[in-house]
Design a protein around this ligand. Sequence first.
Ligand code: PBG
Length: 332
Amino acid sequence: MSVDPQSGSPVDRFRRLRRTEALRRLVRETRLSPEELVYPLFVVGGQGVRNAIPSMPGQSQLSLDQLPAEAAELRALGIPAVLLFGIPSTKDEQGSGAYAADGIVQQAVRALKQADPDLLVITDVCLCEYTSHGHCGVVKDGEVDNDATLPLLTRTALSQAQAGADMVAPSAMMDGQVAAIRQALDEGGSPHTPIMAYAAKYASAFYGPFREAAESAPQFGDRRGYQMDPPNAREALREIEADIAEGADIVMVKPALAYLDVLARARERFDLPLAAYNVSGEYAMIKAAAANGWLDERRVTLEVLTAIKRAGADIIITYHAKEAARWLQSPS
Ligand code: PBG
């Protein structure tokens, strides 16, 4: 009973624990820390390149020589990991730049591991940045061919592991990709390399800015034939279950904000570490509103990241990582 029948006054005084910041901090249920953040990086060829990405204010395409300074900055902020995306100088039908021994991502892995061996370097395993048509797999008769794509994804993952990647993250949404990659890593001398599977990855309009950043927009059609249909949540649980059965070490839900229900259901159902990808469009929305003075950027950003954590994410991949780490170091 929340009201005293005698006096008519409330019994539950929730406000007692809300009166001061010290009290609020003491009873806080969800705490955000830089240790659980992963920072995505876009790597390009050339020297001294820092190409600002217009739709993602604060983010840039970086050339290899910029990476050691980036690693040092992340270390100083307490951010343990990066997720690498490469923009190759040439593209072809088979996306061969994705699995070239001296591909842009393979070189970036070496540069980062040399600069800071303790930095966790995670690589995105997909073909879309490397194919001339911009799809995540091999195109046959106007469609992405699932099984013909698997060997190219396994070559990509193995070449990244051989370059020194600490973890590979397949994002192409081909059926069976996790099992194929697990087998290739085990047989190829990288049995200790974990797989973070983009298990429930939706065909989302929130990837728009990323495609500008990674120069990976499909040249015809869209990705709805392989990425998940946004209205489906039960199917996401089946996707995650399948990836776990195939050998995933970490599973992911992507995007994050419009899919917090999926994240929460995945948290309930599965005990593997769970990652959420706070994608480019989610970042761009906050930046745009903040630039107009419509939102308090710092508070909104930390509120969003906290919500993703509260919904159940152990790991948050976010373009906000650096600013969030700075804000968390100096709580206001
Ligand atoms: C595919 C990939 C994409 C993102 C991460 N990996 C784009 C896509 O599927 O089109 C999107 C990330 C973001 O929007 O921040 N390799």
